[in-house]
Ligand binder design. Structure first.
Ligand code: MN
Length: 249
């Protein structure tokens, strides 16, 4: 099995080396990751400047750093490697739950694989004041890969691991809590106005969701799809506002 590994924290993050170490037990690995941190880059691609990659000697095998986004890294990695079975993205230093999936570069790496017809798995864990305890998490990463790698029907999965020893693993759905966007003003050392973008949730955590599982100390695994169509609203729109008789010149 050929496993391409990327992330959005950059090639030198301890999260990607922890993931590479575990993934190497399951197949042949290759790491292609951004040369600098690209967190919150979401699914951006570099379309107006060329990309380059540099072979980087590291302890965990064949590693390349790319001057691009996580999605770019997956595109370049799949272009340069004949056949890739699965793309793993992470382990991100910071959870990617609920609405964060829209901003996450980690998830975008896995989703770019899915767009290119290859399975993608994103892995994240909360970033606290100290680095995550990867020694404790590695056996759980192995458990997750044992579950997900043979499950060929799962094309895109978002995995979050709690910061301390997990109690178990749960299938979850995405939490979609509405939030208040907050802009917090501050000043830089030269007195210039600066602004922090923040959010405040205005709804409770819903049972069975990714956030719910993590708050209870479980590893959360959410299968995702690429099709964003709202089926119910499409059906309503088609029946309430039929377009079959509208013709445009
Ligand atoms: Mn990140």
């Amino acid at each position: 099995m050929r496993i391409l590994i990327t992330n959005d924290d950059g090639v030198y993050s301890p999260g990607i080396s922890a993931l590479a170490e575990v993934a190497a037990r399951f197949g042949e690995i290759r790491v292609v990751a951004p040369h600098v941190e690209m967190s919150s880059a979401a699914h951006a691609i570099t379309a107006s400047t060329p990309l380059s990659y540099t072979r980087t000697p590291m302890a965990f095998g064949e590693v390349y750093r790319v001057n691009g986004t996580p999605a770019d890294c997956v595109s370049v990695g799949m272009y340069r490697w004949d056949h890739v079975d699965v793309v793993l993205s992470g382990i991100n230093l910071g959870s990617n739950l609920g609405n964060a999936m829209w901003h996450s570069g980690t998830l975008a790496g896995a989703r770019q694989a899915a767009l290119l017809g290859v399975r993608g798995i994103a892995l994240s864990t909360p970033a606290l004041e100290v680095e995550p305890d990867f020694a404790t998490l590695k056996p759980w990463v192995a458990t997750v890969l044992e579950l997900l790698l043979p499950a060929l029907e799962l094309k895109l999965v978002n995995v979050n691991l709690p910061p301390k020893a997990p109690k178990g693993v749960l299938w979850t759905r995405q939490s979609v809590r509405h939030y208040d966007g907050t802009v917090v003003p501050t000043r830089d050392p030269l007195g210039r106005p600066r602004f922090w973008i923040s959010v405040t949730p205005i709804e409770e955590v819903e049972d069975g969701t990714d956030r719910w599982a993590m708050e209870r100390g479980y590893v959360s695994m959410t299968p995702l799809r690429l099709d964003l169509t709202h089926e119910e609203q499409l059906a309503t729109a088609q029946s309430k506002h039929p377009l079959d008789k509208i013709f445009f010149a």
